[in-house]
Design a protein around this ligand. Structure first.
Ligand code: ZN
Length: 439
């Protein structure tokens, strides 16, 4: 038995009542057994994690990241989406080898965990997805990962990323059998057709069918950029969300990043089908893509989550930055009460958990759920004096304030030190691989 006690913090439960409690949070064998008030250990073999001066809450869940792109941080600034993809990102991914994919994955997982993100929905590249899973397994993060699918005959796609329809499906099936449910269920697979423009109709239709048969989620991008939307209309004679729906990909098992340029019909479709939208405010601003209409989507009944997207379009994987930006970004149109602090913190936790299909397991601190727990030190000057813990998390706290992190009841960060990977080695491997790829 492994018993962990997070002792003496202010507990943001993110439960349906949005309760804020004082006291302990405890887990036994990865399952939460106690939330708030004093806890008495059940076994003789327990560890106490001091959370005095901390806000204790569920780990942040990012429902759209690309851990394979981390080595391209700082290499693709100040560009719009299609140029960014064609001139830097696709050539970079085309050159990525096994060692570089692993180094990129480890760097991303280390940054994410140290910054309080405990679960991700990750889109890999076309190849080397085993290396990304391997990095996530060893880092100890909860990850749903999929290889990017790109079988459309587009001369702009470099040879290293081109694949056949059957090859793409076979590679995905192999990854599902190896990784879906691995590491005690901590690792899962999601089909990841990059976007409709990178895929044939045949592939998209087959992904829609296979995802339902296999009980696997779908993770894609849509309606991020005006140029992309125009190309989709040119090829299909209709908009992104309608295409995804007609080909059988839209459902409550689908998470779509961005969704900035949507018609009212598309918004209604997303709500009716129960699809999840991942809002990535930093990436959308940096690529000058636009702003996802989050308040309108929520009002229409669409489920929304948050994500940092990738290092080359952000340039961090800091969940707190996305939280703060999401909270601020919509107030100029809807007034100061748009996305108030408790609501945006909920998007960053339960919203992400739902997008990953794990709302019954993570995203809140409730007895019976898996113990993905973070403790945020709120004694630094920029968080003093302590006001509302909701305000603290939404507007003031930073990734560097994260003191302890547990995933599935296992401590992965303790007193700001990553316990699973050796940071100096992660940094060296990332630098060496990036130098090799970009020189
Ligand atoms: Zn993306």
């Amino acid at each position: 038995m492994s018993e962990v006690i997070f002792r003496g913090g202010t507990v943001l439960t993110i439960d349906p009542q949005h309760r804020v409690l004082a006291g302990d949070v405890a887990s036994v064998d990865g399952v939460l057994v106690h939330v708030g008030g004093d806890y008495t250990p059940q076994t003789g073999d327990y560890q106490v994690v001091d959370c005095a001066g901390c806000v204790v809450m569920p780990g942040l869940v990012q429902a759209h990241v690309h851990t394979c792109q981390t080595l391209a941080r700082g290499r693709a600034d100040d560009m719009e989406l299609l140029d960014w993809l064609r001139t830097v990102i696709w050539p970079y991914e085309g050159k990525l080898d096994e060692a570089a994919a692993r180094a990129s994955g480890e760097l991303a997982c280390a940054e994410l965990l140290l910054g309080g993100t405990t679960a991700i929905l990750d889109m890999g590249t076309v190849h080397h997805t085993d290396m990304i899973f391997d990095a996530a397994e060893r880092a100890g993060i909860r990850a749903t990962i999929g290889k990017a699918m790109m079988d459309y005959d587009d001369p702009q796609i470099p040879p290293g990323l081109r694949e056949s329809t059957q090859g793409s499906l076979a590679a995905s099936a192999k990854l599902i059998s190896r990784w879906h449910g691995a590491a005690g269920g901590r690792l899962r697979y999601a089909y990841a057709p990059r976007f409709v423009l990178s895929c044939t109709d045949e592939l998209l239709r087959e992904v829609g069918a296979q995802a339902k048969i296999r009980g696997v989620r779908i993770h894609t991008h849509a309606s991020e950029n005006h140029g992309e939307v125009a190309l989709v209309r040119q090829r299909f004679g209709k908009d992104n969300i309608q295409v995804l729906d007609e080909l059988g990909l839209l459902g409550d098992h689908t998470c779509i990043a961005h969704c900035i340029h949507l018609s009212d019909t598309e918004k209604r479709l997303l709500a009716t089908r129960g699809a999840h939208v991942c809002h990535c405010p930093s990436s959308n601003l940096k690529l000058a893509s636009g702003i996802c209409p989050v308040p309108e989507l929520i009002a229409a009944g669409v489920a929304v989550a948050l994500g940092a997207d990738g290092a080359p379009c952000n340039n961090n994987l800091d969940g707190f930055v996305e939280l703060r930006l999401a909270a601020l970004l919509h107030k100029h149109r809807f007034g100061p009460r748009a996305l108030p602090a408790p609501e945006v913190v909920r998007l960053a936790t339960m919203g992400g958990a739902a997008a990953l299909g794990l709302a019954d397991q993570i995203g809140s601190l409730e007895v019976g759920k898996r113990a993905d727990v973070i403790a945020i030190d709120v004694t630094a000057l920029h968080t003093v004096p302590a006001g509302s813990p909701w305000s603290m998390i939404a507007y003031a706290a930073k990734a560097c304030d994260v003191r302890h992190v547990a995933v599935d009841g296992a401590m992965v960060v303790r007193d700001r030190r990553l316990l699973t990977l050796e940071i100096d080695r992660v940094r060296d491997h990332a630098r060496t691989a990036a130098h090799r790829l970009f020189s």
